[in-house]
Structure formats: C-alpha cells, structure tokens
Design a protein around this ligand. Structure first.
Ligand SMILES: Cc1cc2nc3c(=O)[nH]c(=O)nc-3n(C[C@H](O)[C@H](O)[C@H](O)COP(=O)(O)OP(=O)(O)OC[C@H]3O[C@@H](n4cnc5c(N)ncnc54)[C@H](O)[C@@H]3O)c2cc1C
Length: 383
C-alpha cells in the first residue's frame, strides 16, 4: 500500500452495498478505491438467499416500502448491466413469490396484505385450493391459502456479488482485498481518508459500507453509528426438482436456484459475531421446509452456513451523510441488503456527484443516532 495519490472516493467494505457503490461511482468517472478486510463478498452478501421481496410482508405503511419497491424496479436493468459488464449472469428469476398461510390468523393477514397492496396499485393475487396447487404442485396439501406476488423475485446473490466485483474493477475501481481499515482520518472536522495500521489513504469522500462492523470505524469527533450483527442460518438442500417458486411461510422461506439447489432460511439471532450453524438451527429449518414441501424429505443435504445481517438499532438502514463533511454511510440493510443494493448505489452515487439524492432519506439519516450509546439505540422488539 506504498505512496498513494488522492482518490475521489474510498469505500470501506466489499459486500454487495460497497461493491454496488464502487461500481456506480467508477462508472461516473470518479477515482474509486475499495478496501475489504477479507475477500469481496465474504460476509452477509454471500450468505443471503437473494429474495427480492418488498411485498412479502407489506401489510401497512412501512418506512422501507418506497425504497424497496423502487429498488426492485431497478433490478432487471441492474442485473442485466452487471451481467453485460462482468460476463456473469446473476440468474434473476422473475417467476413471482408465494406467501403461504396456515390457520385463521395467517389467512386474515394475507387478506389484509392483498387489500393494502392493491390499494397501492401493486399486483397481489389471493390464490387458494386448486389454483394454488396448479401454481406450486409441490406444496403440502395442508397449505390451502396463499398470496401470489408476481413481481417479487429472486436472484443468485453469490453470482451477483462476484459480477459486481468484476464490473466495478472493469469500470476502474481498485479493489484491495485483505485490507482492514481501522480508523477515519479527520482534519479540521472533515473526514479526509482512512487509516490501516500505520498507513493513511486520502480521498475526497469516504463511504462506510462495512456491514455489521461499520461501528468499529471511528474518527476523532465523529459520532459512531451503532450497528450490530443479527445472525441468520441457512440450510441448502438438493438438487431437487421442487419447489418452482420462492415460497414464504411463517416458519421458513424456500428459494429455488436454477441449478436445482433449494435454500431454506433463516433464523434471526443475536449471537454476536459468531457465525456458527447450530443443531437447533439446522433441524428447525429442515423440518419447517419439509412441512411446506414434503418431497424435500428425500432431498440430499447440500450444505449449511450462517451470516451476519448488519443492523442499526431501529431496524432501518443508514444511508446518507455522516456526522462530518466527507463521510457517507451505507449500512444497516438488515434483511434487505440484496434487494436494496441498486437504490442504495443510485442514491449514494448522486450524493458523491453532488446531486440531489432523488428520494427522501429522512428516516435513514445516519445522524439520527448522534450521541446515543450503542445499547440505547437498539429499539425494543428488534433482535
Ligand atoms: C442468512 C441470510 C439471509 C438473507 N437473505 C436476504 C434476502 O433474501 N434478500 C435480501 O435482500 N437480503 C438478505 N439478507 C441480508 C443481506 O445479506 C444483507 O443486508 C447485505 O448482504 C448487507 O450487505 P453489506 O454489503 O452491507 O454487508 P456485508 O455483505 O456484510 O459486507 C460488509 C463487508 O465489509 C467488510 N468489512 C468490515 N469491516 C471492515 C473493515 N474495517 N475494513 C475493510 N472491510 C471491512 C466485511 O468483510 C464485509 O465483506 C440475508 C442475510 C443473511 C445473513
């Protein structure tokens, strides 16, 4: 990391958020350097299931609603251009998602969801009985009611992250792997770069996209952004011919991949930075999947893993300027970071170019936690 010129932008973190921003900024002809402590995509972004489901549990006004829907609309173009730039197809599957319900309370919930979503002009079809079975013949016959969301899709997030890394590099971003940033450089109240061990790297703007670790990157006089990890375990079965659609039930979701694997997720646990797969996690998810698609009982076990979702205390992401000029945050995307990558990159790209972000970032303002102790910033009810 010897003697360096000043960059326009330094991005800290090479997950889907950091890579999407680096690609976007490099395509705007900004000089971009990204630092990743491990390998690009080595954390939550590769652990995810790749559901693109802003409608899955949308039942009433939700602060993430507009952001999620806007990002989903960007996805086909985003996936296509990443594929063209990288030569890697991220397998966007646009066959729609089924939300399944069992019992009166869950059925009432999908009725409310359907009514609310249609009032917004969104496509949401209540399906039951034979119509449901025709859509997804593999379902347990106990599951007789569902909500079909034709525009909630899925993507192979591992391929997408790999493609984004290639696309960002081809656009001119320099990706430094094995490079752990440990501090912000602050001069006269302005963030002017980052430090790693004894070395300093300067840039016009620093974007923190370090996922669950974002709160570790501190600078003199800069209020820390409280982030914490929420562990999610995932079980992968198959190859199996079923199911055809992503399925979302109360106890689990199932996401089929084009190569026949089926991802079953996921737990929401506060377990610190421990990425262990537990016996309870594995058995609960496998049993829940078989209760939805009984034929999976005969599917081979493929693999299992855990990842750390990045969370801010109130469950909403932090996107926008930080507490000092020159600093931008893009982290805390919790369960929706794959879905929200295109819109986050678009908004942060605009901020880096000095343009209007184009959407109201008020609820996602990183400065909302200024002065709060990390523990105090965790809202009740959030893991
Ligand atoms: C099991 C599971 C299932 C999920 N399913 C979905 C889903 O279906 N749909 C969806 O939209 N989202 C899903 N998510 C959430 C999604 O994975 C995350 O919101 C998203 O990956 C966050 O991306 P990120 O780039 O912010 O974080 P990460 O992918 O964690 O990337 C942050 C990067 O920063 C690096 N880093 C950290 N500290 C430093 C440092 N000091 N210096 C340099 N680099 C550093 C890390 O090594 C890491 O690579 C799921 C998550 C999990 C765990």
């Amino acid at each position: 990391m010897g003697n360096r010129p000043v960059d326009d932008v330094i991005v800290v973190g090479g997950g889907i958020i950091g890579l999407s921003i680096a690609r976007e900024a490099a395509r705007s002809r900004l000089r971009v350097r990204l630092f990743e402590k491990g390998k690009v995509g080595c954390e939550a972004s590769s652990a995810a299931a790749g559901l693109l489901g802003p409608q899955i549990d949308l039942e009433s006004g939700d602060p993430l609603q507009a952001l999620g829907l806007a990002s989903r609309d960007l996805f086909p173009g985003f996936a296509r251009s990443v594929a063209e730039e990288s030569g890697l197809d991220p397998c966007l599957l646009e066959q729609g998602t089924l939300v399944l319900s069992r019992g009166a309370a869950e059925i009432e919930a999908i009725d409310r969801q359907a009514a609310f979503q249609r009032s917004l002009g969104l496509q949401a079809e209540r399906v039951g009985g034979e119509a449901l079975r025709r859509l997804e013949p593999s379902l347990n016959p106990d599951l007789t009611e569902g909500l079909y969301l034709p525009r909630d899709w899925s993507v192979d997030n591992v391929l997408l992250v790999e493609g984004l890394g290639l696309a960002a590099a081809r656009a001119g971003a320099r990706l430094e792997e094995g490079a752990r940033i440990d501090r912000l450089l602050v001069e006269s109240g302005r963030v002017t770069g980052v430090g790693a061990g004894g070395e300093s790297f300067r840039a016009g703007a620093v974007v923190i996209a370090a996922g669950a670790w974002s709160q570790e990157i501190l600078g003199a006089g800069v209020s820390p952004l409280p982030t914490h990890p929420v562990r999610g375990q995932m079980v992968c079965l198959g190859p199996s011919a079923v199911p055809v659609h992503p399925l979302h039930a109360a106890a689990c979701y199932l996401v089929p991949r084009r190569d026949g694997r089926v991802l079953v997720g996921s737990t929401m646990e506060r377990a610190g930075f421990e990425k262990r797969v537990t016996a309870a996690g594995l058995s609960t998810l496998a049993a829940a999947a078989i209760a939805v698609v009984p034929a999976l009982a005969g599917a081979p076990f493929h693999s299992a893993w855990a990842g750390l979702r990045p969370a801010c205390g109130d469950g909403l992401p932090a996107i926008g300027p930080g507490g000092a000029p020159g600093l931008i945050y893009a982290c805390g995307h919790l369960r929706n970071g794959i879905l929200l990558a295109p819109i986050t990159a678009q908004v942060v790209g605009r901020l880096l170019r000095g343009e209007d972000p184009g959407i109201d970032l008020g609820r996602f303002d990183p400065r909302r936690f200024a002065g709060a102790a990390p523990s105090a910033a965790v809202a009740p009810g959030w893991p």
